[in-house]
Design a binder for this molecule. Structure first.
Ligand code: AHM
Ligand code: MG
Length: 334
């Protein structure tokens, strides 16, 4: 029989790896987990909204009902703003940095998050998720600033996501491997279900929105054609799997192996809330993440909502894509 471990026990054990750790980090993640449990509960009720008598934005009590992505944003801000461990937050759903409320204790960590990634999938019952990225404060003032948020992904103290799917799963890393926990709704606890996740060096899946083919650069076009036409090079055909919900596409490829692409020229996905945290997770699992020319974790953020091309997944697949991209760029220059 496998051991039963809660996520809190696991995080405490990880924190003990750092001499002089205060327990703040464990407390921070614990607050975030509470927020995710509340979001998970609401996500699970989403399909019942109309049946239970809610119309448009008003429920049976005449109260205004928030959209789920707004609800997720609000819940995380409420749970984390008063946790005492953060100096500033930033979210995909907020234009500017989110200060810690007046009167609340300040801490030494910075939280960046996408409260409900893939939220256009709510109505069709597909998996969606919350992505998070945690940095240490680098400025000296009591409150954190934009500078604290605009750090390279390689400096993240921790990163991960919650996926609200057939079950709710949390995946996180603090730089010592990647671990997954499944929420047992009857206990209200995340239990260790995926210890030390490693992603296959090469996969059999590619995930891309092929409807955008007319906007792709030549390298991406050639690479996708190659996966379809020259699959004999890999000894197996590649299958296309695309949900259109990054957390869900990423999670599947992490476990099974494969490559997810949202290519340039500008990309759609955000560096701070989507690309960097998932890049830390995938690298810790043995995979890779690039823009086509640069490691995602080395990209210096210049603004809060900066977008990047994101090529992420199995190590050899990402390396092969990078080669196609570089070769196509070089031949266009000739
Ligand atoms: P969101 O954060 O507003 O939900 O947008 C991001 C989502 C990702 O989850 C997903 O990978 C991507 O958008 C899908 O985009 P597209 O519909 O263009 O394929
Ligand atoms: Mg998103």
């Amino acid at each position: 029989m496998s051991k039963i471990r809660t996520v809190q026990q696991h995080i405490l054990d990880e924190e003990r790896l750092y001499p002089g750790a205060t327990g703040d980090f464990t407390a921070l993640l614990t607050s975030l987990i509470v927020a995710a449990k509340i979001i998970s509960r609401e996500v699970n009720k989403a399909g019942l909204v109309k049946i239970l008598g809610e119309t448009d934005n008003v429920n049976v009590h005449g109260e205004i009902v928030m959209k789920l992505d707004e609800f997720a944003q609000h819940t995380i801000c409420l749970a984390m703003g008063h946790s005492g461990h953060l100096c500033v937050m930033a979210s995909e759903e907020s234009e500017n940095i989110i200060p810690i409320p007046d009167g609340s204790k300040r801490g030494n960590y910075v939280l960046m998050f996408d409260p409900l990634d893939g939220s256009s999938n709510i109505d069709v019952n597909a998996s969606i998720g919350t992505i998070f990225s945690i940095h240490r404060k680098i400025t000296n003032a009591r409150d954190g600033s934009l500078e604290d948020c605009l750090q390279k992904g390689s400096r993240q103290a921790a990163a991960g996501y919650f996926i609200y799917g057939s079950s709710t799963v949390m995946v996180y890393t603090t730089g010592h491997g990647v671990h997954g926990f499944t929420l047992d709704p009857s206990l209200g606890e995340f239990l260790l279900s995926h210890e030390n996740i490693t992603t296959p060096a090469r996969g059999k899946i590619y995930s891309i929105n092929e409807g955008n083919v007319s906007q792709w650069d030549p390298g991406t076009r050639r690479y996708i054609d190659y996966l379809k036409e020259n699959c004999k090079d890999h000894g197996h055909p590649y299958s296309l799997r695309y949900i259109g919900s990054l957390v869900a596409d990423f999670h599947r490829n992490l476990l099974k192996g494969g490559i997810f692409l949202y290519p340039g020229p500008k990309g759609k996905l955000r560096l701070l809330y989507e690309a960097a945290p998932l890049a830390m997770v995938v690298e810790q699992a043995g995979g890779a993440a690039s823009t086509g020319t640069e490691r995602i974790l080395d990209v210096q953020p210049t603004s809060l909502h900066q977008k990047v091309p994101l090529i992420i997944g199995s190590r050899d697949d990402v390396a092969e894509y990078n080669q196609f991209y570089v070769d196509a760029t070089a031949s266009a220059a000739d």
